[in-house]
Design a protein around this ligand. Structure first.
Ligand code: LCS
Length: 416
């Protein structure tokens, strides 16, 4: 069925699905490593690219292909490449688009391992990189060098929730003959389609919103044109970062409800973020749906909704952050995000522990930042959960201050 003209929720259900001879309504799991050739001529034609068909699952597989076609259509790209993980997608992009002597400019608050992979591994092969606040066009312009081949943008960024203007940075990068890759994990294709805004390649950790059920690790890349698609696919096939058919089946199943999951979670996120702003224990709330967010207007223009990721800082800093995580009962203390269950984590000691305190500060967040991924539970239950945890933080912080006062470390504050 041609689904190009359909709305996004219809695409989520139908795009990429070609019924096989059995008429199976859901995409079957082709759990096979290899595919039989009809005869020698058929095998040779497949290898020569003269005939379309499947050869070997690392190169391509019908279940994986259905997912690739669906996400490529959601992102308005020319082809998708599913990978074993989000990091597999990022590694494939670096491998395909950079070489010794090349330079990459990237978002400073990018997901820790995206930076680690470049600085600890690709740097050994002579690839250079610079990290700037990509939401500031001047910083991006200053960082570009004659050998800059790639501008790698994560927007909204993890965990600082900074928003980069994809249209503006793409125009700037293209004027310098530099490709633009966007990590669209936080928005999902339901809320943002970077290729339509000028990016050349978009990628996702499908572990997050696309799958949405905390039961799969995976990634996907979508390219704007055929040449880029071929380069990326070759790098994936040669490096063996492919997805597995069973993994693809689960992601296809999760993907069907992306729209209703995102709509519900972002509705709750707006309510929770507004509520958090009014709590005395909370110093700052970073939610792109709030007018207080510095790039709220840009997010409104560039995205069709604000998503369900909230970062907030507590008045009590690091200690209060830790106490809060031990105090929540409904939100699960775990890394990852974008699932049906609400997750809470502490970036400084978990996802971004690989960065030094100074690097975290340069990336725009302090050690007291808490990241909250809103799931699809009832918003009032999540708010009650946060309130009782904040009460516990206040009670324990006060208790510790008193203990220190008794031991003479600090004076007891006035209980106003
Ligand atoms: N891109 C972003 C924006 C991410 O948040 C992550 C993982 C990745 C790429 C890598 O994807 P993976 O290989 O894990 O599928 N982010 C994580 C996080 O914030 N907590 O745990 C994983």
């Amino acid at each position: 069925m041609d689904t190009k003209h359909l709305g996004i929720n219809s695409k989520l259900i139908h795009a990429g699905h070609q019924a096989d001879a059995s008429g199976s309504v859901s995409v079957p799991i082709y759990q096979t490593s290899t595919f039989a050739f009809r005869n020698a001529a058929h095998g040779a034609a497949l290898f020569a690219g003269e005939e379309e068909g499947f050869i070997y699952t690392r190169i391509g597989n019908p279940t994986i292909g259905a997912l690739e076609d669906c996400v490529a259509e959601l992102e308005s790209g020319c082809g998708g490449i599913a990978t074993s993980s989000g990091m597999g997608a990022i590694c494939t992009v670096y491998l395909a688009l950079l070489e010794s002597g090349a330079h990459m400019v990237s978002t400073a608050s990018v997901y820790g391992p995206s930076r680690g992979l470049m600085e600890k591994h690709f740097s050994r092969f002579g690839v250079q990189s610079t990290y700037v606040d990509t939401s500031d066009l001047t910083q991006v312009e200053r960082a570009l060098r004659p050998n800059t081949k790639l501008l790698y943008v994560e927007t909204p960024s993890n965990p600082t929730m900074q928003v980069t203007d994809i249209e503006q940075v793409s125009a700037l990068a293209h004027a310098h003959d530099c490709l633009v890759v966007v990590d669209n994990t936080f928005a999902s294709p339901y809320l943002q389609q970077p290729l339509k805004l000028g990016a050349d390649v978009v990628l996702h950790s499908v572990t997050k919103f696309i799958n949405g059920h905390a039961d799969v690790v995976g990634g996907i890349i979508v390219a704007q044109d055929m040449d880029l698609y071929q380069r990326l696919r070759k790098a994936m096939v040669n490096s063996g970062c492919n997805m597995d058919p069973h993994q693809a089946f689960l992601v296809l199943r999760g993907l069907k409800t992306l729209g209703i999951r995102v709509e519900r979670a972002q509705h709750s996120a707006m309510e929770i973020a507004g509520w958090l702003e009014r709590q005395p224990e909370v110093k700052t709330v970073r939610y792109i749906g709030l007018e207080s967010h510095p790039q709220h207007d840009l997010a409104k223009r560039q995205m069709s909704g604000f998503g369900s990721m909230i970062s907030f800082e507590l008045e009590g800093g690091m200690e209060a952050g830790r106490l809060l995580m031990d105090g929540v009962r409904i939100a699960t203390l775990a890394v990852s995000l974008g699932g049906v269950e609400t997750l809470i984590e502490h970036p400084a000691s978990m996802t971004h522990a690989g960065l030094s305190s100074e690097e975290r500060c340069a990336a725009g967040f302090s050690d007291g930042l808490v990241r909250y991924s809103v799931g699809i539970e009832d918003a009032e239950d999540l708010i009650a959960d946060l309130r009782q945890a904040l009460d516990a933080v206040s009670a324990q912080s006060l208790g510790r201050t008193r203990e220190r006062a008794v031991s003479g470390v600090v004076k007891e504050p006035a209980l106003a």
